[in-house]
Design a protein. Structure first.
Length: 615
């Protein structure tokens, strides 16, 4: 039989199907894939193999097989037994892992009937002790070579940084000025372009010729230093159409990373975090070399921006059950998106802020939406609890709830009883069928077995129905007892068992919808909140409690003006408001304007004062 190999040459005997595996560690090994392929093809021709498929992992280390997709695919395909050998230029191409990790790959291939053949050693022979020892020694050597290489790289990088030579790729807002071995400037490369410099060349960062990018960097630092959030800065850059280094939109994370980078102050800092499997500059300690290149921002601005970033940094905390009472049932009106609870420290207050807002995934899904609604958790929770307390405090509602719960309990008991009767009948059939199976003739056994299996399936289905019916019952007596005693719980929410309270709310409330309304007059703007509480069907069909802006007042001292005018019950002038709130007349005038915007007070005219509006 005449066959043709991968090079198109004919042989007189059948060729053994094999696959070739190529791996190179870094982008600097541009000649490695071609060299490996050439060596493997020569091996196949010599040893009588026909290469049916190639697997290639480019720019990936051999010390972590879990990150090499093509290698994992090779191992998976080996189980199908469509090829008989894996051809490699050398053993280290397959793995530079620990001996025991490499042995797992060897065993998998051996069990699949796949040989490992290298240009360097030929076939790895695991059938005798000598072959096993040779493979282990070579694997140990490959591993040790990786460790020594890592040590040399770390040592070289450390020396380079101490000499003012920056390590790493392009930096947003900086171009690279490339010099040859004599120090002569050869070219200037933009941070947006990919360029592989010759090994004997050096590079130096210089402010980019892209003025838009340089201005964007300076805007980030000045805005963060003035107290703005990274998210708001990212949205402003996106509105201006400024792209990132990769031509994408800015995010809060990207802005935060740029502002935290000491490169923009003219310094090189390396060794802040561990990188590398064997050795890292982190082990050497933090290395800083100052004034290496021209900074884009002053040291004063950089330091101020770092303080602002640190003040706004989110603090990871141990999970506190019940910390957010309304998690899972709070939604935004209009688009129906669920609001999640989160907290953070600003560095300006002793305690954390607790807020409800949209999850971060919505920001990436809808990047063009400028509105980022947030609601103060303490205000929303207190308003909801007060509304529930008021609703459940009415005797008529209590009687209605009790009647509804009793009715649903009876219905539940009736439903469960009916299912359990059917379940009992099925079990009797299964018991009789099992006895009949033992006495049945051989030709009747398949039919009786199928009948029994059908009854057993029906038994499983009825069991699931019973469990589901019992699980969907009305709120427990414990939950209703907690809700009924909300007066005591509301006296001090910080001392209440919030986990127990959250459970009671989840058992009572089906959904809470919040709505925001912005009102503006010239330079003045206020926000009003309102919404609705939808109780669970078990507490009565279509029971909805309305939340007004009085129940969940938005933040702002103009509310103090509203309450003052309501308490006075007469016309009030700006001087009186200023004295009562202990503010200047100009500030009191602003509060009065905002309170008028809310519609809760009315301006009687020039120098005629203000009066509260009747509800």
């Amino acid at each position: 039989m005449v066959t043709r190999n991968s090079n198109g040459k004919t042989n007189g005997t059948a060729l053994v199907p094999a696959v070739g595996y190529i791996r190179m560690s870094t982008d600097q090994q541009q000649d490695s894939p071609a060299r490996q392929r050439q060596d493997i093809e020569a091996l196949a021709e010599r040893a009588g193999y026909r290469i049916i498929r190639w697997y290639e992992d480019h720019g990936l280390t051999g010390t972590e097989s879990s990150k090499r997709k093509e290698f994992l695919k090779l191992l998976a395909d080996a189980k199908a037994r469509t090829f008989s050998a894996v051809l490699l230029s050398e053993q280290s191409r397959m793995s530079r892992e620990d001996i025991f990790d490499a042995m797992q790959h060897w065993k998998l291939l051996r069990d699949a009937g796949v040989k490992i053949v290298t240009c360097q050693r030929g076939e790895l022979d695991f059938s005798n002790l000598g072959g096993v020892i040779t493979a282990i020694v070579d694997q140990y050597g490959a591993r040790e070579e990786s460790i020594k290489l890592a040590e040399r790289i770390v040592s070289g990088k450390r020396l380079a940084v101490l000499n003012g030579k920056r390590q790493g790729g392009a930096i947003y807002g900086y171009d690279r000025e490339l010099r040859d071995e004599s120090g002569r400037v050869m070219c200037r490369v933009s941070f947006r372009k990919k360029f592989r410099k010759p090994d004997n060349w050096t590079s130096r960062l210089v402010p980019s010729e892209d003025r838009e990018a340089v201005d964007a960097v300076r805007l980030m630092f000045s805005a963060i230093a003035s107290g703005r959030s990274a998210g708001s800065v990212a949205r402003e850059l996106n509105r201006r159409g400024v792209p990132t280094m990769l031509g994408k939109r800015f995010s809060a994370t990207t802005v935060g990373q740029i502002v935290a980078n000491t490169t923009y102050a003219g310094d090189i800092k390396i060794g802040r975090r561990r990188r590398g499997k064997f050795r890292s500059l982190f082990d050497e300690g933090l290395i800083v070399t100052e004034n290496v290149h021209k900074p884009l921002v002053s040291r004063e601005l950089f330091a101020k921006a770092q303080r602002s970033l640190e003040g706004r940094r989110f603090v990871a905390r141990v999970s506190q059950p019940g910390r957010f009472l309304l998690s899972g049932i709070l939604y935004l009106a209009g688009n129906g998106r669920r609001l999640s609870g989160y907290s953070f420290h600003t560095g300006r207050r002793s305690g954390p802020h607790r807020l409800y807002g949209l999850a971060s995934r919505y920001y990436s899904e809808f990047p063009d939406e400028a509105d980022r609604p947030t609601f103060r958790a303490d205000v929303i929770e207190r308003g909801v609890l007060n509304k529930l307390r008021s609703f459940l405090g009415e005797e008529r509602n209590k009687r209605s709830l009790c009647a509804e719960i009793i009715r649903r309990k009876k219905k539940l008991q009736t439903d469960v009883a009916a299912i359990e009767r059917r379940l009992s009948a099925i079990r009797e059939k299964i018991e009789r069928g099992t006895m009949n199976l033992a006495l049945a003739n051989r030709e009747d056994v398949p039919g009786v077995s199928r009948l029994l299996q059908g009854w057993r399936d029906e038994e499983s289905r009825l069991k699931a129905q019973v469990q589901q019916a019992r699980g969907e019952g009305p709120p427990s007596a414990e939950a209703l007892e907690i809700i009924a005693s909300l007066d005591k719980l509301l006296e001090d929410l910080h001392q209440a068992d919030r986990e127990k309270l959250r459970f009671a709310i989840q058992q009572t409330v089906k959904r809470i919808t919040l709505r925001r309304e912005h009102r503006r007059h010239q330079a003045h703007r206020i926000t009003l909140w309102d919404g609705a509480i939808e109780l669970r069907d078990e507490l009565g069909p279509n029971t909805i409690l309305q939340l007004t802006d009085e129940d969940i007042p938005a933040p702002g001292r103009w509310w103090e003006v509203v309450n003052l005018l309501r308490a006075k019950g007469r016309v009030v002038f700006v001087d009186e408001v200023a004295r009562a709130l202990k503010v200047h007349k100009a500030t009191a005038s602003v509060f009065l304007t905002k309170a008028t915007l809310s519609g809760k007070i009315r301006n009687l005219g020039h120098q005629k004062g203000w009066i509260a509006v009747d509800d």
